[in-house]
Ligand binder design. Structure first.
Ligand code: MN
Length: 128
């Protein structure tokens, strides 16, 4: 049984393959949206347990996509983790202000990555 369905919004397919492999090896399912607009649509359609959001994305960037997901009553409760190379404190704050629950900088450590996913899912379950 899957530990959770995770929507990965990522335009770099190499990054996606890495993230998907890590998630699948650890009992999660991953599915992909390749830009911010598709991410918002996929969140609404698929109701994932968690969204991993890249910030630098074509069509609609990760900050805008996060805000839209947070504004929509259908998707606002879905836990979100930013996965990004934007590591400056102000970029981190901007992502948190847009509505992500947690933030992982690229490149990331696999154990740390999984720990953030797990704790974010756990926190979200408590809130419901
Ligand atoms: Mn990107």
């Amino acid at each position: 049984m899957s530990k959770g369905h995770i929507l990965v919004v990522e335009d770099n397919l190499d990054n996606y393959e890495l993230v998907r492999t890590l998630l699948e090896l650890n009992g999660y399912d991953a599915f992909l949206a390749v830009n911010g607009r598709d991410g918002v649509t996929a969140a609404r359609k698929q109701k994932p347990d968690l969204i991993l959001m890249d910030m630098a994305l074509p069509e609609m960037d990760g900050w805008d996509a996060t805000q839209r997901i947070r504004e929509d009553p259908e998707t606002k409760h879905i836990p979100m983790v930013a996965l990004t190379v934007h590591t400056l404190p102000k970029e981190r704050k901007r992502a948190l202000d847009a509505g992500v629950d947690a933030y992982i900088s690229k490149p990331f450590d696999a154990a740390y990555f999984l720990q953030v996913i797990e704790s974010t899912l756990k926190e979200a379950k408590k809130k419901r």
